[in-house]
Design a protein around this ligand. Structure first.
Ligand SMILES: Nc1ncnc2c1ncn2[C@@H]1O[C@H](COP(=O)(O)OP(=O)(O)OP(=O)(O)O)[C@@H](O)[C@H]1O
Length: 717
């Protein structure tokens, strides 16, 4: 049976043609001698491997036929109307790039067009090197770097070397699929030529004299797989064709993404990377790889919230519906769940057996430890006490952090233990009297929760950890998304969930996106990364223009990763688009009018309403924006825990938008801080306030990086 090798669809074809192309390729993959396929060579074609095939009366497929290991292979170049297909087929050529060993489809132009004349002039002008005023010239790139070292085709190298700025290089990159586009994006950064070649895993080609065999080997190179994929069954064929560009994350991985998805690690591995660099994509692929290779393995895929877990579950089902998703912990398959739901599942499954773990953590038993402590309990405890502690200690932010970062992970159970406990990374020093007063508040908090029979999230994770430490692990591989938001007891639980060993923990994180909780250091909770960490730097989601705006939000902030190292910021985008529009307004009414006007213009331009989101700070403002939009004739809907629906513009908090993406985004309330929020921040000690400021910047960074194409910012004076 022939093997089909798909490329990213080079042309936009509508749904009915996709269906016909699908039928055609199914027949082709079953038997290429079927007469109705009309597979024909083209007389005088630039490449003797070129074939056309009859999709229907009007449409033709253009393909390359390769023979290797006694089997035929068809590289599908695309589908065109009959006459166009013949022109394309006569000109295209598939070859192995002589420098980097990657497959390259070239199109010979029949006669020079005006644009080519321009190109010829610029080539001639730049053949000795880049124009001094060009971006690549300023970075110090030479023509030899591009052509002789990396294998960029000479004409494209000349265009790149003449491009005046990053946007122009990105525009050029966008015209070239696959490895060439990726190379051009990298060339616009300050990365060394060696590191670019290493990132794409480029190697000089091995030439055996058997051209088809050389081409097939080249098509299997990691960087080739950003553009070409060997189809594994009919189902995969359908997915590639139907989802087109939107589904390309499922098939066409960056070589680095592929490496992290398939590689084996001797212990915990940490993958960092800015917003939109495909961390979640790697996790989903890795879950699939592990599940396929080890059908009996118990794999846990977890993240910070239930909504994000829903998205992971959907993503895994989209990637491969045949991967078994487990419905309970400790069973084979991939169990996808939010990290707090995971703690609840461990506790529920333990039944009455959880009593010992509760005692280990809290020092006494709870009757119904699955009920959740309500928000605001710390505040009630502070208000009910006659504590003499200064306000920067007697507040909810300080106490809940002290509890989650110090008391619970170290399993402090009484005043005596708290007097002696180490408090690394905590700003405020506590003398003995203060420690006793703080402990009195903690004891009051615990007493109230004991009466209610509740646990808070950090306690539940601590209890689950203690239980797993004595009862044994319940997973073989644990994959974690949004690691920057997890608290110490979450990490203790995840550490105990899986035994130490190969591929135990795989953690994706971006410390710039920490919008919940406090800084954590993995090694304190038994997770030893020891050199097993890497970073993704290519942003697939956000245009370079929006990314620059978002990155500016982080300027001056001192961000530290889960291994206590300064977080790097060198991200780049593969896409170019309009600059974000920033409008400053004086009042709430003007803000609401401005948001409505912006959305109306997007809707009038044909953008689907459900691909537009307005992101706001809190639920109060969310309701206000929804009402204002509806009053102004823009159908809008508030999104809370539910999934977004079709037909209406989405309005949600910036926290809720975490992990999501939209075609167009309005960021509202930027720069606005309510009086209550100001008072809260003023009441914090310096370190807590500094951390709250970092989180506030991160929240704007998260929000600004949700836009794929266009970002509008409405800021209040
Ligand atoms: N190899 C790829 N090819 C095409 N699109 C990709 C690829 N990898 C990721 N993407 C797309 O980029 C976007 C961001 O990917 P993903 O959500 O995995 O990034 P992330 O790093 O987890 O982002 P965030 O931290 O902002 O949640 C998604 O739309 C995804 O489909």
């Amino acid at each position: 049976m022939p093997t089909i090798i798909m490329t990213k669809w080079p042309v936009k074809i509508d749904g009915s043609v996709k269906a016909k192309a699908m039928t055609y390729l199914q027949k082709l993959s079953a038997d290429d001698t079927t007469t109705g396929l009309h597979i024909e060579p083209i007389a005088g074609a630039a490449d003797s491997r070129v074939r056309t095939g009859r999709v229907d009366q009007f449409w033709r497929a253009v393909m390359f036929r390769l023979d290797g290991a006694g089997e035929s292979h068809y590289v599908i170049h695309g589908v065109w109307p009959h006459d166009d297909a013949l022109v394309v087929a006569a000109r295209v050529r598939l070859k192995v790039n002589p420098i980097n060993g990657l497959p390259q489809i070239e199109e010979a132009e029949p006669e020079p067009r005006p644009a080519d004349t321009r190109l010829a002039t610029s080539s001639a002008a730049s053949s000795s090197g880049p124009a001094a005023e060009s971006l690549l010239g300023r970075i110090g790139r030479t023509r030899a770097d591009l052509v002789d070292r990396l294998g960029v085709p000479a004409d494209i190298a000349d265009q790149a070397l003449a491009a005046p700025d990053e946007d122009a290089v990105l525009d050029l990159a966008q015209q070239h699929e696959g490895w060439l586009g990726l190379l051009l994006v990298d060339l616009a950064t300050s990365d060394s030529i060696d590191s670019i070649a290493e990132r794409l895993q480029l190697e000089a080609p091995e030439q055996t004299g058997d051209e088809d065999a050389d081409l097939l080997r080249s098509l299997k190179q990691p960087a080739a797989q950003a553009q070409f994929t060997f189809i594994d069954g009919q189902e995969e064929l359908r997915r590639v064709i139907e989802k087109g560009d939107f589904g390309s994350w499922r098939v066409f991985l960056h070589p680095e993404q592929r490496r992290y998805a398939v590689r084996r690690y001797k212990g915990p591995f940490r993958l960092s990377g800015g917003a939109g660099t495909g961390k979640t994509v790697v996790l989903i692929h890795r879950a699939r790889v592990l599940a396929r290779e080890q059908p009996d393995a118990r794999i846990v895929l977890t993240t910070f919230t239930t909504n994000l877990a829903d998205a992971l579950r959907d993503g895994l089902a989209q990637l491969d519906p045949t991967v078994p998703q487990a419905t309970a912990l400790n069973t084979p398959g991939v169990y996808v769940t939010g990290v707090d739901a995971l703690a609840a599942a461990v506790i529920r499954a333990a039944g009455a057996g959880i009593g010992d773990a509760v005692k280990t953590v809290l020092g006494d038993a709870r009757t119904t430890p699955t009920a959740r402590t309500p928000n605001g309990r710390w505040r009630e405890v502070i208000e009910a006490s006659s504590s003499k502690l200064p306000p920067e200690i007697a507040n909810e932010t300080f106490l809940s952090a002290e509890y989650a970062l110090i008391v619970l992970p170290q399993r402090v159970k009484n005043e005596n233990e708290y007097r002696r406990v180490r408090r690394p990374s905590r700003g405020v020093a506590l003398d003995r009297a203060k420690r006793d007063s703080v402990w009195a508040l903690i004891a009051a908090y615990r007493a109230q929760c004991r009466i209610d029979g509740t646990l808070d999230f950090a306690e539940a994770a601590a209890v689950a950890a203690a239980h797993l430490e004595t009862s044994g692990s319940q997973a073989d591989h644990v994959l974690v998304d949004e690691g920057q938001d997890l608290s110490p007891t979450h990490w203790q639980m995840l550490r105990a969930l899986v035994a130490e060993g190969e591929d135990d923990l795989f953690i994706a994180e971006d410390s710039h996106q920490r919008i919940y909780g406090n800084r954590t250091v993995l090694v304190r909770y038994g997770i030893k990364i020891v050199g097993r960490s890497q970073r993704l730097t290519l942003n697939y989601r956000t245009t370079a223009q929006n990314l620059r705006y978002a990155m500016a939000m982080l300027d001056g902030g001192d961000y530290v990763d889960l291994e206590e190292r300064a977080e790097a910021t060198g991200y780049r985008s593969a896409r170019s688009g309009p600059r974000p529009v920033v409008e400053t307004v004086e009042s709430l009414i003007t803000e609401l009018d401005t948001i409505a006007d912006r959305i109306r213009s997007w809707l009038d331009g044909g953008t689907a309403p459900e691909t537009i989101a307005v992101l706001v700070h809190d639920k109060f403002q969310r309701e206000r924006v929804v009402n204002a939009l509806n009053e102004r004739g823009v159908q809008a809907r508030a999104i809370d825990r539910d999934r977004p629906a079709e037909g209406r513009v989405l309005v949600m908090t910036m926290h809720r938008a975490k992990g999501m993406e939209f075609v167009k985004v309005v960021l509202a309330d930027v720069g606005f801080r309510s009086a209550a929020e100001k008072a809260r921040l003023d009441g914090l000690d310096d370190i807590e306030r500094h951390d709250a400021e970092l989180r506030a910047r991160s929240l704007l960074y998260v929000a600004a990086t949700r836009a794929r194409d266009e970002l509008a910012v409405v800021q209040r004076r």
